[in-house]
Design a protein around this ligand. Structure first.
Ligand code: SF4
Length: 372
């Protein structure tokens, strides 16, 4: 399978606990999004958090920002990763600190994530070779995603096993992007999504973490099913991602496309082809969702869990999280009964929510942004 080249930046979100491994950790941020984020963080007023000192960070900036800009606008984001919503599920405020203070991930946590990513990569290499394709534009990056999808559709149609399948689509007004770890068919012929989670310690995660993992695979199902059912459209993709369909693709991408028997010139050509292939592929919706927990050091399987897909619950949770991104409410920290999460949080020393005992109190009393 093709992977985008070195110009992209790995997306590693501080998740608040170290035993996390996720296909999206090897998924890459688009060039322009990465640049835009860097710009936003250097703008006066957009990030005045002083960093990790002994004082709680004032969240006044967030309050001021809420008056005029939604977090989507303030962070210059066109879309979110599934990982963003999952870290929100763990602690929303921690996710926001991770965006405000990129690079604050503790070295030991980064090392664990790296190990997890390496295990994912090794699993992928069991199924196919990886080809690195140099890219220079966001359109190139999306073209690589699309070429990967085109190469995997026939395998899925012939009931084969694939890894790292890109998914995307609009959910509750927000465009979400993710990567499904693995898809295969069970002995009963059902299409199963399998998500591998590697663990630093040889024990199963706590229920709060499993809840977050269940939410993640449920989101993947929503995105995948919508894609194969023709509910994701090129217009929606173009609207949210602001990609330029007529921009010519880079020579390396075009060469890779030709080698795979795909004759296109621009992202627009490729988008049409991919959406047509998805809708005509007759691929089924995902039948079962499975989580597999594996010990990093020994590769021993610690346990598996079949996840019940609760559509209404997923939808209402997404609506709640999206309300933050749209700027309709302030970010929230953990509930009192989950205060144990703060003990292993990278932002515990600077967290205003923790300092104030579970509220963004004065000068940051919760304030609802007027709907536009
Ligand atoms: S200290 Fe607690 S409330 Fe604050 S960001 Fe971390 S986990 Fe969330």
């Amino acid at each position: 399978m093709a992977e985008a080249g070195e110009e992209e930046t790995a997306s590693v979100e501080a998740s608040g606990f170290s035993d996390l491994s996720d296909s999206e950790l090897v998924e890459c941020l688009d060039l322009e999004d990465a640049k835009a984020s860097a710009v936003s963080l250097s703008k006066p007023g957009s990030s005045e958090l002083p960093g990790k000192d002994d004082k709680p960070v004032s969240l006044q900036t967030w309050k001021e920002g809420l008056d005029v800009l939604s977090p989507m606008e303030r962070f210059h984001l066109n879309y979110l990763y599934v990982t963003d919503l999952c870290t929100q599920n763990w602690c929303e405020l921690q996710m926001v600190y991770g965006k405000e203070l990129p690079g604050s991930l503790a070295p030991e946590k980064a090392a664990v994530l790296d190990t997890g990513a390496s295990i994912h990569l090794a699993k992928e290499l069991e199924l196919h070779d990886l080809v690195t394709i140099p890219i220079t534009t966001r359109e190139d990056a999306w073209a690589v995603k699309f070429l990967n999808i085109l190469s995997m559709i026939p395998t899925l149609q012939s009931e084969g096993r694939i890894r790292e399948f890109p998914v995307f689509g609009e959910v509750e007004g927000i465009f979400l992007v993710g990567v499904i770890d693995e898809l295969h068919y069970t002995a009963k012929g059902e299409l199963e999504l399998a998500e591998l989670k590697t663990r630093r310690r040889p024990v199963l995660p706590l229920s709060a973490q499993r809840k977050k993992d269940c939410f993640q695979v449920s989101l993947y199902k929503c995105l995948f099913d919508a894609m194969v059912q023709g509910k994701v459209t090129p217009a929606s993709l173009a609207h949210h991602t602001k990609l330029c369909p007529d921009r010519p693709l880079g020579p390396a991408v075009l060469r890779h496309a030709r080698q795979g028997g795909v004759s296109v010139k621009s992202l627009g050509d490729l988008t049409e082809l991919v959406f047509l292939s998805l809708t005509l592929s007759d691929l089924p919706a995902i039948d079962t969702l499975k989580l597999e927990y594996v010990h990093q050091e020994t590769a021993a399987v610690l346990g598996t869990e079949i996840v019940a897909f609760e559509e209404k619950e997923v939808k209402s949770r997404v609506q709640h999280y999206v309300a933050y991104w749209m700027g309709h409410r302030d970010p929230q920290g953990v509930d009192v009964e989950e205060a144990w999460k703060c003990r292993s949080c990278d932002y515990g020393d600077i967290c205003a929510w923790r300092r104030d005992g579970g509220a963004l109190s004065s000068p940051l009393e919760p304030k609802t942004k007027k709907l536009k």
